[in-house]
Design a protein around this ligand. Structure first.
Ligand code: PLP
Ligand code: MN
Length: 379
């Protein structure tokens, strides 16, 4: 037999429906369905009751299986950060996508315009060149897009900063091509999401709302109507929802959660969301004073700190490419080669991006293996 006919299990999911979670191959990511569904319905219901739309951010999970659950729970559509993510979600049947990003380059805008022939697509701009590129591509393709102007509300990343720029850009969008529609404002501040105290987050959102409100007032005075005002993540969505300015919010991490988000003090009226995402590793070596797990930097992102070990008396000491070294406190119960242990990721988005599968379980039993189809989608 030629080697091309050989097939190995490495492409298969690390567990199948019906398996016990004790038999999931490692390193893996588990999703606790009870916690996931609780987070999903709690956030969606609060936003929908406040009269806004939920447009869940797909960058957190990169998984059409989760996006479909978000839509079933009332989301109006999803956000993507990358064109290649959007392509994968459209392929999976998602019909309404906001790319919360500036798309630059002729190859990329051609792909966005092609996508817009199959689904409702909106993009963000903060410069006339972006408008011209996507306008030309949409005309060539014969497709139509909504265009949002991104306003910088303190993130100091993308986005225009005053009403004068907004009016110029809105005029460019409306005049450049009949294939583009000026649809409103994108205003998201990532750094506000992780401010620890509710009053800090409230102050950040209230100054953002004031700035955006001023810009919208001047746009309207120049006859540019803002249908959509979108932004807000897991840390602030209820603040935008009660702003009477935003029309939709874009939380991403809320369904999975991580230790960085759990470190936020929740607002008095919002109980903390539950950890639904867990890394599962196997103890592959036990030495005097430490033990070693079979997943390291290629299984856990560490930009927001080390993953938190769920093993009483033990903690994570260090991660290398394929290993995590864990150490005991005095008197901790011993671990054994072959034991399985859980870790809570510190940052869900880049951690999920390291895995091909999310293993959804309830109780002790695997229910589904969700492919992380947009994993690695980077351009
Ligand atoms: N919207 C935009 C533009 C983002 O960049 C992000 C994440 O960084 C989100 C929404 C979702 O944020 P979170 O995962 O913190 O809810
Ligand atoms: Mn994140």
């Amino acid at each position: 037999m030629g080697h091309k006919e050989l097939s190995f299990a490495s492409q298969a999911a690390p567990a199948l429906p019906g398996d016990s979670i004790d038999h999931v191959d490692t390193p893996a990511l588990l999703v606790d369905l009870d916690a996931f569904e609780d987070n999903l319905t709690r956030v969606h219901n609060r936003v929908l009751q406040a009269g806004l739309k939920v447009r869940s951010h797909g960058k957190a999970h990169k998984s059409p299986a989760i996006a479909h659950r978000q839509l079933a729970a009332g989301a109006t559509g999803i956000c993507c950060q990358k064109v290649s993510e959007a392509e994968i979600f459209v392929q999976a049947g998602i019909q309404d996508i906001l790319i919360t990003n500036q798309i630059v380059g002729l190859r990329k805008v051609a792909r966005v315009a092609a996508l817009a022939a199959h689904a409702k697509i909106a993009i963000c701009v903060d410069h006339p060149l972006q408008v011209e590129q996507i306008g030309d591509a949409a005309s060539k393709q014969g497709s139509h897009l909504d265009v949002l102007i991104e306003v910088d509300i303190g993130h100091q990343r993308c986005g225009i900063s005053n009403a004068h720029q907004a009016i110029d850009l809105a005029r460019t969008i409306e005049q450049y091509s009949p294939h583009l529609r000026f649809a409103g404002i994108h205003a998201f501040r990532g750094s506000a999401q992780h401010m620890r105290l509710p009053q800090e987050r409230a102050a950040a959102v209230s100054s953002a709302v004031e700035k955006v409100r001023g810009i919208i007032r001047e746009l309207e005075a120049s006859d540019f109507h803002c249908d959509i005002v979108t932004g807000g993540g897991t840390g602030t969505y209820m603040l935008e929802a009660s702003s009477s300015l935003y029309t939709e919010v874009q939380p991403g991490s809320y369904v999975l959660m991580d230790t960085d988000y759990a470190a936020n003090t929740p607002a008095a009226d919002s109980p903390p969301l539950r950890h639904a995402l867990f890394g599962l590793c196997t103890v592959i070596s036990v030495q005097a004073g430490h033990a070693v797990l079979d997943g390291g930097l290629k299984a856990f992102a560490v930009d927001h700190g080390l993953p938190r070990l769920q093993l009483p008396g033990w903690s994570v000491q260090t991660l290398s490419d394929e290993h995590t070294v864990i150490v005991p406190e005095v008197g901790a119960a011993p671990v054994h080669v072959g034991d399985k242990v859980r870790l809570i990721p510190s940052h869900c988005d880049p951690t999920v991006n390291l895995h091909d599968w999310l293993i959804a379980y309830r109780g002790q039993t695997v229910q589904e293996a969700w492919p992380v189809s947009a994993r690695g989608a980077l351009f």
